[in-house]
Design a binder for this molecule. Structure first.
Ligand SMILES: [Zn+2]
Length: 201
């Protein structure tokens, strides 16, 4: 079992103060969350540098990814090492994700820039059912959406500051390997436990 924060922004997002180095240090220091996905807004530019920094520590792992702003809401693509071709419509992003065997997650569906009920129209791989920046009711609606769509639920802090890293986490039945983690999520070998008061509102 591994514990992963699947939604973290670095300074390669204009609204985050988390240096790639700080993310790595956060994982090194954390007692059990040793995996994080870099999901900057509309770029994968931080992924290589963060993975390089992490490679000095055998017990931590950085999953490359991005959070893409589509006209219908944000989609996280895990595994992505490059951006899809423009325009970034939901269809284009999902086609790109499927062709390359990446993983698509509907980010915070019931918050601003979320897809909301529109997510029901698309073949996505997972729903973010626990987002560190969403209200409890928005997270509960997301969990219900995942249940109704029969999709796995993931958790991510949506950290934009170092102190927010790891405020929520996804439990995944996998070893420390990116491809194995993505397949385990697709097979729903995941859970996103509620951890009460550490959730930000
Ligand atoms: Zn985000």
């Amino acid at each position: 079992m591994i514990y992963a924060d699947l939604h973290v922004h670095t300074t390669y997002s204009s609204d985050s103060s988390i240096l790639p180095k700080s993310l790595v240090e956060g994982l090194v220091k954390h007692s059990f969350i040793k995996v994080a996905a870099v999901t900057d807004h509309d770029t994968v530019r931080a992924c290589n540098i963060t993975r390089q920094l992490a490679s000095a520590y055998p017990d931590i792992l950085i999953i490359p990814g991005t959070e893409i702003s589509t006209p219908n809401g944000d989609i996280i693509v895990l595994g992505a090492r490059e951006m899809p071709p423009a325009p970034w419509t939901v269809e284009n992003v999902l086609d790109f994700t499927r062709e390359r065997d990446y993983l698509s997650i509907v980010a915070h569906p019931y918050r601003e820039y979320g897809m909301g009920d529109l997510a029901r129209n698309y073949k996505v791989d997972a729903i973010e059912v626990l987002n560190g920046g969403s209200s409890q009711s928005a997270n509960e609606s997301a969990r219900e959406l995942a249940k109704q769509m029969g999709l796995p639920g993931t958790a991510g802090s949506d950290a934009h500051q170092p102190a927010e890293i790891g405020t929520v986490y996804t439990e995944i039945k996998a070893t420390m390997d990116v491809d194995e983690i993505l397949h385990a999520i697709k097979k729903a070998l995941v859970s996103a436990p509620q951890i009460g008061k550490s959730i930000r509102f």
